[in-house]
Design a protein around this ligand. Structure first.
Ligand code: GLP
Length: 258
């Protein structure tokens, strides 16, 4: 007997292969629907996705000029040109190298002195754009999605949130020490994300193995926001072998007999 999980993940040998497959799914949608609304994510995992999208733009003419983009989140209190801001990340890895229309590129404003109003504005803009056709996601070690940290309600909209110690610790080296890591962020809410028509979940590397296991095989719980994806009808899961390792082991274990 093997354990049955309710999805069909695509497991690649390498992290790069998994990212390339995720990028191709985005490209396929863009070729079908030039004016697609695409939700984007940041993090080390996604760098290879943007590398592939940029390559497809340069070598295959993949056209981003009619699409609209909404990023998941941004830190509160660091300016857009800060080396660790998600604005800067997106420009360096993606927007500076493709033909996206800047007027259709949206990232929450982490410098707003009214995070509540900024969150409401962001939520409204997504709605006005007709909702997100395809949302790219990664997962944090603690199961967070965007910056929907453990404890986030499934009906949450875009909001300002405190970052957990674990999330801040994970960001510490890139910020040059824990004390430089922002304490809060603006993030799409779980409801905002779950309303996307399609979702791509990409997780690679062994540090994500536990979160992937909880997301796929654990209960649907606020303790692991990634688990809410179990209730979404159209998620493509892309993993590398390391991120999927714990699920693979559990699947191949015989079910204990009474
Ligand atoms: C940040 C982002 C998430 C991302 C996570 C994992 O917290 N807000 O959207 O999924 O990091 O990042 P990495 O890919 O670097 O592990």
């Amino acid at each position: 007997m093997t354990m049955i999980i309710p999805i069909r993940p695509d497991v690649s040998i390498s992290a790069n292969q998994a990212a390339i497959k995720a990028a191709r799914e985005i490209a396929d949608l863009l070729r079908e629907k030039l004016n697609a609304v695409i939700g984007l994510a940041t993090g080390g995992t996604q760098v290879a996705v943007y590398r592939e999208l940029v390559r497809m733009h340069k070598e295959e003419g993949l056209d981003f000029s009619h699409a609209t983009f909404f990023n998941l989140d941004e830190f509160i209190g660091i300016p857009p040109d800060h080396p660790q801001s998600f604005h800067r990340y997106m420009n360096e890895h993606f927007f500076n190298h493709v033909n996206a229309n800047r007027r259709h590129v949206h990232i929450p404003n982490g410098m707003s002195n009214q995070p509540l109003a900024e969150s409401a504005r962001y939520e409204r803009m997504i709605k006005e754009a007709g909702g997100i056709d395809l949302q790219l996601l990664g997962i944090g070690r603690n199961g967070h999605i965007g910056f929907c940290e453990p404890g986030t309600f499934p009906n949450s909209k875009t909001h300002a949130t405190a970052l957990t110690p674990e999330t801040r610790k994970d960001a510490a080296s890139s910020f040059g020490g824990l004390r430089h890591v922002p304490k809060s962020a603006i993030t799409m809410g779980m409801a905002t994300i779950l309303r996307s028509k399609r979702i791509i979940m990409l997780a690679t590397g062994k540090t994500k193995a536990k979160a992937v296991e909880a997301m796929l095989t654990g209960p649907v719980t606020r303790d692991c926001p990634g688990s809410f994806l179990q209730g979404h009808p159209n998620v493509s899961y892309y993993f590398d072998q390391s991120a999927y390792a714990r699920v693979a082991i559990a699947q191949s274990m015989p079910t204990p007999q009474p």
